[in-house]
Design a protein around this ligand. Structure first.
Ligand code: AMP
Length: 434
């Protein structure tokens, strides 16, 4: 009778709630995502910039906004006697801070930067929503506030999605106006919502006086019908914003980048003006609500953090969500590279030469598994079998002296001895036929 496996006690220490950890089996998908992002950055000439994980809290209070959820509810403060430091909740404000700090306004404009890295938000952890997550962001800083750049950043984002095998992504787009038209739009929103004050959720009641744009972003059931009838921002844009919006969409049409108008898209940051957008990977569970990325224009952000006015725009992807989409699609866009062969050594002399032989294969880009810590032939074969590998290479005493190696197919049981110098060639031939 088979012995029942003993129930294991859970380990004493667990990861902190909401922290996303990358396990080895998922790591190849992450590597794929990093490689695709780097490739797009190189192609569109964005330079890598990594800012610190710890920042001054006031940077985000000023840039992201005092009344936003991120600042009021989600920042992780670091205990310090003399500083108000936080773990950064997002990457754009730090990049703009760095642009000013390192005198990048003196560089040829616009400056195009990209980054990878962990961001921290004290959100209620749930599927797709983590407290530590990774973003990759692309930013265009300085130069002219030309709508051609609004189209270009979206093109970069779409290339990344396409290269990851996410071919049916869609983008929600909207314009949230500028300093000229925003006061008028806010007035209209406030006037409308004042008449509905008793019917909206408690958060929206506060938003009426503090942050009227966020009324359009409310996800609560009781506010949805009211939101449908609310005045739309697009109807009240000033003529300059209307032209910018129209030109941006014309570029997108020209580039065949798919988009859909979303009147209630405002994004959760105060620094945006005019262009805002969010990416959804349609055809997957992400379509039902969670965006894989988002961004927009932030022409006032430089001033908000103490610099001279200069335009800017950009976007960020959540890497956990991208990885989850490519995993779900199982489109091969990032499937773990399968090991085709397993190397087995028999005896001490053979073991000493194992690393060299593995290198011969790896140099040729042939993924090979091995269990160098186990010496018994049987145990090594069981492991190869467990990994579902059909072809094993067996290297023992006799083979050491003959400068040869055995190639065995575990499925058919057929084995053949080949000269070591022919090993790579022979292995390649068999992998091709597998
Ligand atoms: P945001 O900075 O809020 O515009 O977010 C940009 C992207 O980062 C989103 O579209 C998500 O893909 C991702 N993201 C934001 N917050 C979280 C979170 N708490 N957990 C996982 N991913 C997130």
């Amino acid at each position: 009778m088979e012995e029942k496996p003993k129930k294991q006690k859970p380990p004493t220490w667990q990861s902190v709630t909401g922290v996303y950890e990358i396990l080895p089996e998922e790591a190849p998908l992450w590597e794929k995502a990093y490689a695709v992002v780097k490739n797009a950055a190189q192609f569109y000439d964005f330079k890598r910039m990594e800012t610190g994980i710890i920042e001054n809290a006031d940077l985000f209070t000023r840039a992201v906004g005092e009344d936003t959820d991120i600042v009021t509810k989600e920042m992780f403060f670091i205990r310090s006697r003399s500083h108000r430091w936080v773990l950064r909740p997002e990457g754009t404000a730090p990049i703009v801070r760095a642009y000013l700090q390192y005198g990048m306004s003196a560089w040829p404009q616009p400056v195009k930067l990209y980054y990878f890295g962990p961001m921290f938000r004290h959100e209620k952890p749930q599927a797709g929503r983590y407290r530590q997550m990774q973003q990759t962001g692309f930013e265009i800083l300085g130069g002219e506030p030309d709508p051609i750049f609004d189209a270009q950043v979206m093109l970069v984002a779409f290339r990344i999605l396409r290269d990851l095998g996410i071919k049916d992504a869609v983008t929600d787009v909207n314009s949230i106006g500028c300093r000229v038209c925003q006061p008028n739009i806010k007035r209209k929103l406030v006037a409308y919502y004042k008449t509905k004050e008793s019917k909206v959720c408690p958060d929206c009641r506060t938003r009426i006086s503090r942050n009227p744009f966020r009324l359009l972003d409310c996800k609560r059931e009781e506010c949805q019908e009211i939101k449908k009838e609310a005045p739309t921002i697009l109807d009240s844009l000033c003529s300059a914003c209307k032209t910018h919006f129209r030109d941006w969409l014309e570029y997108l049409d020209e580039l065949k980048v798919p988009y859909r108008l979303n009147n209630s898209l405002v994004r959760g940051f105060d620094y945006y003006n005019r262009t805002v957008f969010e990416f959804f990977a349609s055809g997957t569970k992400e379509e039902s609500g969670l965006a894989v990325g988002g961004g927009g224009r932030y022409d006032y952000l430089m001033e908000m953090v103490g610099g001279r006015p200069a335009p800017g725009l950009g976007f960020a992807f959540g890497l956990e969500r991208l990885v989850s989409v490519i995993k779900e699609k199982k489109n091969g866009g990032g499937r773990a590279r399968r090991q085709h062969i397993f190397f087995i050594h028999v005896g001490d002399v053979a073991k000493k030469r194992s690393l060299g032989i593995l290198e011969m294969l790896r140099k040729e880009n042939i993924p090979v598994a091995a269990s160098l810590g186990k010496d018994a032939l049987g145990k090594q074969i069981v492991l190869a079998d467990k990994e579902g590998i059909e072809i094993v290479l067996i290297f023992g005493q006799k083979e050491v002296y003959e400068e040869s190696i055995i190639i065995k197919n575990l499925k058919t049981g057929i084995q053949e001895t080949v000269l070591l110098r022919k090993m790579v060639e022979e292995v390649k031939r068999r992998i091709k036929n597998e």
